[in-house]
Design a protein around this ligand. Structure first.
Ligand code: NAD
Length: 354
């Protein structure tokens, strides 16, 4: 929409959407005035990194394929050596949040320009936030330096995302927008952005599930992921994100799946205090309460519903509740350990939200 476009311009980030856009990567490097690009990926997406490297022709100076979840500092330092040896003057991150996180970590240290080519819906490419882990501890910083200069959303690249990850990653994106609706520091502009993201995902995800290769539907979900990622970078997140950070950071649960399972429960929890703010989400989903509507939506998409299926033990829930409530993020509904423990119990068992 025009509103999205305006907001987008103020960041000075060049954001493009289009099938086959990755083939224009060389022109984008030229446009940045760069000549020696280092391509980043995970080991699983090595073939794609090589494809992009080929598309770059003489502009590719190397491929680094060891990106890993939660941006370990040891990996970043290893990549930094490669970057220096290769004499790279720009970075191309092609992949999900893990690869984009590595690009951001390198840009933070070198101030090199980045082109992000996302292949999931996590939205990290649109935020100035960088999370890093070292010795089992996760720290987060926010800096405009980590924001990519260019984002290329090519629906052909998400079309290969396995259906399971499509759903969980899509719900991960939806979670950013849902929490933006009741963020303490929200503005009419961030609410509009969140609603754009919500509508795009609620429209696009079921169509993508019907036909995973439908590029028009994939493009809609990518526009949604961009809006959700952008709003994530603009407002504070609350209980839902705190719970997911705790479960990912301290119990090593997978990022997107955890978001998908917790979302209906965290939103039901906060609906007690923010039912009005969540009204547009409930209306878009077509349910009675936002928590139940999200639960039904997730179930209709075949999303995982129970934390216990991710490997966390029932006996871990006390510690998870304690950790998640130690330093709570600002939240519309008061956060108590007992209530959060009950929330986790329901999410662990896969029950409908209370
Ligand atoms: P991911 O990047 O870890 O990807 C998961 C796996 O799927 C990887 O093996 C990846 O190579 C593979 N994959 C990705 N796209 C694929 C595709 N199209 N086809 C086939 N395989 C594909 O997962 P994610 O959920 O995108 O990112 C999670 C990470 O991003 C976490 O570390 C999270 O903390 C971070 N994150 C950060 C921010 C931020 O603003 N800083 C925002 C969201 C997520």
């Amino acid at each position: 929409s025009a509103a999205l476009h305006d907001i987008n311009q103020t960041d000075g980030v060049r954001v493009r959407f289009g099938a086959g856009l990755r083939r224009e990567i060389g022109a984008e490097v030229d446009r940045l005035g760069a000549r020696r690009a280092l391509v980043l990926s995970t080991p699983q997406q090595c073939d794609l990194a090589l494809e992009v490297s080929k598309l770059l022709g003489g502009r590719a100076t190397g491929v680094y394929t060891k990106a890993a979840m939660h941006t370990p500092v040891a990996v970043t330092e290893d990549a930094l050596e490669h970057l220096k040896l290769a004499g790279a003057d720009c970075l191309i991150a092609i992949g999900g949040g893990s690869t984009i996180g590595l690009g951001k970590a390198l840009a933070y240290r070198t101030d090199l320009a980045q082109i992000a080519v996302p292949t999931t819906y996590a939205g990290s490419e649109a935020t100035p936030i960088l999370g890093q882990t070292e010795k089992g501890e996760k720290t987060t910083l926010s800096s405009s330096r980590v924001l990519p200069e260019v984002i290329l959303y090519d629906p052909e690249l998400v079309a290969t995302l396995p259906v399971g990850m499509t759903v969980t990653s899509g719900l991960n994106a939806l979670a950013h927008a849902a929490e933006a609706l009741y963020a303490e520091n929200r503005t009419p502009e961030t609410t509009r952005l969140a609603l754009d993201g919500i509508h795009a995902l609620i429209d696009g995800l079921p169509r993508v599930m019907d036909a995973p290769g439908n590029l028009d539907a994939r493009a809609v979900t990518q526009q949604g992921a961009w809006a959700c990622g952008t709003v994530l970078g603009r407002v504070g997140m609350a209980l839902h994100h705190k719970l997911c950070h705790t479960l990912g950071g301290s119990f090593d649960l997978p990022h997107a799946e955890t978001h998908a399972i917790i979302l209906p429960h965290a939103i039901a929890y906060n609906a007690r205090a923010a039912r009005r703010e969540l009204g547009p989400l409930t209306a878009a989903l077509g349910g009675e309460t936002p928590g139940m509507a999200l639960y039904d939506f997730a179930r209709s998409l075949g999303a995982p519903l129970a934390l216990r299926d991710l490997g966390i033990q029932k006996t871990d829930l006390d510690r998870a509740a304690a950790l998640a409530t130690q330093k709570p993020y600002p939240n519309p509904q008061p956060v108590t350990r007992e209530d959060v423990r009950a929330l986790l119990q329901a999410a662990w068992a896969g029950n409908a939200p209370a």
